[in-house]
Design a protein around this ligand. Sequence first.
Ligand code: SAH
Length: 400
Amino acid sequence: MVRDQKSVTIQSRFATKFKSGYPFIFDEALVEHKTELPEEGALLHLYNAEDGNFIGTGYHGRQTRGLGWVLTRRQDEAIDDAFFERKLKLAFKRRSAFFKSDETTAFRVFNGEGDGFGGLTIDYFDGYYLLNWFSAGAYSFKSAVLNALKQHGAKGVYEKKRYQTGEIVEEDDDFVEGERGSFPLVVKENGIHYAIHLNDGPMVGVFLDQRDVRKRLRLTEAKDKTVLNTFSYTGAFSVAAALGGAAHTTSVDLANRSYSKTIEQFSMNGLDYEAHDIIVQDVFDYFTYAKKKGLLFDLVVLDPPAFARSKKRTFSAKNDYTFLLKEAIALTDKKGSIIASTNVSTLSMEQFKKFVKKAFQESGHSYQIKEEFTLPADFRVTNAYPEGDYLKVLLIEKTT
Ligand code: SAH
């Protein structure tokens, strides 16, 4: 395939940023970002507006606030099949400890710009690979990526397009090649079993980036505790807590599917789901109910999406996290704990801690941060792109 090529001029004040490895071609950096663009997938040769010097080669793959990603800063490096073979080979090598583990069979093998190609992630689920494409431009490299992936052996490959395609595809099971899986696929994470569905919508059952948090919860935080897991999705945190000896867990999620999906995850681990509560409800309504009933928990997990719109309200992590924390603090017993998580990349750990401070001050309680978590090692990030390090999780103890 012959790709379009286009020269793109970068404002000189941003040239050093790209020279030091910044990979995202953000709109503001372009001299004329309103000029006509080549098609998605075209290669972009970036030059400094001031001196005409070469900065790097990237590709056009539109994502929010940006044109695409830089792939190389070497003018003589071709973006061909061999380029992808090199990137994947290195990525797999970096995960060799994960591949050797018997206790963990689900992890990320390729993390976008952290592994040298922004706009694509690849997750491994016990022999199957899931490709996530974040733009049409990224998707245009599919055959090169599949070719490079073949060298690492796969039972089967699935994919999700995480951008607007305009296509209406009925009964799409996201299958790409190899063998079709039989779902649920049962994977292990530090010995916990999780059911994975690669063929049923954008979310597959477990968010792999919380692996270290679930491990900590199970090993040291859950024993004999009553746990409230909010925005619980398939109840992955609840299962970790139950296996860690929690006295009782309550999972709350608005989505109807969360009920059967949580039962499935409990059952995968031989846990009696009927001994636990699985509630389909807006968490803010649940807070009102729990306060009225005088319920208190030893541990509250908060893992909301960045934005959520329900019939009654909109939640935005940036604007409403302090409020969410205050609700959680009110339901946390004396000396209890809160696990507070956010995946908002534009929210720094420092800002997140300010929300915690404000929430405790306004609630009239004191606290101590016992541990901070960011992305696990398989979600490789580059120092040149701190925005890629999106996950922030705090383990907080309510001290008075
Ligand atoms: N904590 C989960 C992942 C959360 S994904 C885990 O560890 O796997 C976000 C979830 O929040 C979705 O399942 C969505 O249905 C739910 N959600 C969004 N808004 C909500 C609300 N107002 N009340 C309850 N759940 C909500």
